[in-house]
Design a protein around this ligand. Structure first.
Ligand code: NZQ
Ligand code: ZN
Length: 388
C-alpha cells in the first residue's frame, strides 16, 4: 500500500545546452545584490564564470564574490558566507558548482537573518528556520547530489569530527536551477563516477525499504536502469551528450523527494559514508561506494524479497533453479562488477581510513530506522571493518 503523503516541489528547472540564457528571465525577480558562490576555480578554467558574470552585468546586478567553497563545505566557511551576505545585504544567493556550492548556499540562506549559530541550531538540534530565508538559485556543473531540486544541506565540522545533513522544508529548495549537461564535460573522471555512484545510492536508499507494492519502487528501477546504461557510455566517452544529459536528469529525479513518497526509506549507507567523510574528507560518492557492499550483504537476509527483485529487475538475473538467496547474491555481484567497471572506490582504506578510526567513525554514525534492519553500533563497527 502506498502511504499517505503530500508532495510539492518548489524548484523551477531549466534543462539543456541553451539553459543558461534563462538566467536572464530569473534575475529580474530579485534585488540588485547577487552573492556569486563558487568553488575552487573550475568555473574559471572552463569559462562558465565569464558567461555568468556577463549575464549578471547585463542585468545590472552588483556581484558579491563568494569563492572557495570546498567539497564537503565546512562550518567555518558557512560562517564566512553568512557574514558576506549580511555585510553586503545580499538579495540572491547564486550557487555555481556541484552539491557543495548548492548545499552551502541553502545553509547560508537559512542563517543570514538568524541570530543563533547555524551548527547548533540546524545540525545538532535539527530545528527549522524561524527567520526570513534568502532566495537561492543554482547553476549546476556536476551531477550527483540532487541538491539542485531538494532542500538538503550537508555541512562538515572537522573540530567535532561530524558531517551532518539537514533536510529542510520546501521553502529552502532553490527557487530555480539551471542544468546544462555540457557544463559537466570538464569534470575529472573520478568526480564524474563519484557523482554517478551517489545517484545510484540515493535510489537504493529509497528502494531498499518496505515490502509493499509501491509505484515509487518501479520508478526507482527505471532510474537505476537508465543510470547504469548511461554510466557505461559516459566512462568510455565523457563528452557523449546523450549519456551525460540522462545522468544529469536521473540525478535530479533520484533525490527530489518523488521516489520516497508513500514509503519508508533507509539512508544508512549515507549515514556510515558521512561518518567516514568526517574523518577522511573523502569525496562523498566514494565514501558511499566503499561501504555499500558490506552493508547490503549484511542487511540482505532481512529484505530478501526486495534484493531478489533488485537482481531480477535491475540486473536481469534469471532465477532459474536458484534459491532466492542465490538470486539476491547474484544481483549484488552484478552491482559489484558494475562498480568496478566504472571505477569507484571499493574500500575505505583507499580513502585514507585506518583501523584506529573505526571506533570514532562508528560513534559518528547516526542510526536511522527506516531500512530492513535497525543496526546496532556493534553491527556498524563490523560493517566498517569489512569495508577496510
Ligand atoms: O571547487 P571546484 O573547483 O568547482 O571543483 C569541484 C570540486 O572539486 C569539481 N567540479 C564540479 N564541477 C566541475 C568540477 N570540476 C571540473 N568541471 C566541472 N564542471 O568537483 C569537485 C566536487 O564538487 P562537489 O560540489 O563537492 O561535489 P558533489 O556535487 O558531489 O557535492 C558533494 C557535497 O554534497 C553533499 C555531500 O555530502 C557533499 O558535501 N550532499 C548533498 C545532498 C543533498 N543536498 O541532498 C545529498 C548528498 O547525498 C550529499 O550528501
Ligand atoms: Zn549522496
Amino acid at each position: 500500500m502506498l502511504g499517505n503523503f503530500s508532495y510539492k516541489n518548489a524548484t523551477k528547472l531549466y534543462f539543456g545546452d541553451d539553459s543558461l540564457k534563462y538566467l536572464n528571465d530569473e534575475l529580474p525577480k530579485y534585488g540588485k545584490n547577487v552573492q556569486l558562490i563558487y568553488g575552487g576555480g573550475s568555473i574559471k578554467k572552463n569559462g562558465i564564470y565569464d558567461e555568468i558574470v556577463k549575464i549578471l552585468k547585463d542585468n545590472g546586478k552588483n556581484i558579491i564574490e563568494d569563492a572557495g567553497v570546498m567539497p564537503n563545505p565546512t562550518i567555518e566557511k558557512l560562517r564566512d558566507g553568512i557574514k558576506i551576505a549580511r555585510d553586503n545585504k545580499t538579495d540572491l544567493l547564486l550557487a555555481v558548482g556541484g552539491g557543495s556550492c548548492c548545499d552551502y548556499a541553502k545553509a547560508v540562506s537559512v542563517s543570514v537573518n538568524c541570530d543563533e549559530d547555524p551548527w547548533d541550531k540546524y545540525y545538532i538540534r535539527f530545528e527549522e528556520p524561524t527567520c526570513d530565508i534568502l532566495p537561492v538559485g543554482c547553476i549546476l556543473t556536476m551531477a550527483g547530489t540532487g541538491s539542485e531540486m531538494n532542500a538538503g544541506a550537508v555541512i562538515t565540522n572537522h573540530e567535532q569530527k561530524l558531517k551532518i545533513g539537514h533536510v529542510f522544508g520546501e521553502e529552502v529548495m532553490p527557487r530555480f536551477s539551471i542544468l546544462n549537461p555540457r557544463f559537466t564535460f570538464s569534470l575529472p573522471k573520478r568526480q564524474m563516477v563519484a557523482g554517478i555512484y551517489d545517484i545510484f545510492n540515493h535510489i537504493c536508499e529509497q528502494y531498499f525499504s518496505g515490502e509493499d507494492d509501491n509505484t515509487s519502487d518501479y520508478i526507482a528501477e527505471a532510474l537505476m536502469k537508465s543510470l547504469i546504461h548511461s554510466s557505461l557510455i559516459a566512462v568510455e566517452d565523457p563528452e557523449n551528450y546523450e549519456a551525460r544529459s540522462n545522468i544529469m536528469w536521473t540525478a535530479t529525479w533520484a533525490l527530489n523527494t518523488l521516489i520516497s513518497r508513500g514509503k519508508s526509506t533507509d539512508w544508512m549507507v549515507h549515514m556510515i559514508g558521512q561518518a567516514v567523510g568526517a574523518y577522511t574528507d573523502a569525496t562523498h560518492g566514494m565514501t558511499l561506494s566503499a561501504v555499500s557492499l558490506p552493508y547490503y550483504r549484511y542487511v540482505m537476509p532481512y529484505g530478501l524479497k526486495k534484493f531478489k527483485r533488485f537482481a531480477e529487475e535491475v540486473w536481469n538475473i534469471s532465477s532459474n533453479g536458484l534459491s532466492d538467496e542465490q538470486v539476491a547474491n547474484e544481483g549484488l555481484k552484478a552491482m559489484e562488477n558494475w562498480m568496478k567497471k566504472i571505477g569507484v572506490a571499493m574500500n575505505i582504506s583507499e580513502l585514507g581510513a585506518t583501523e584506529d578510526m573505526i571506533d570514532g567513525i562508528t560513534e559518528g554514525t547516526l542510526i536511522l530506522e527506516g531500512g530492513y534492519k535497525v543496526l546496532t553500533k556493534d553491527e556498524i563497527r563490523q560493517i566498517l571493518k569489512k569495508s577496510l
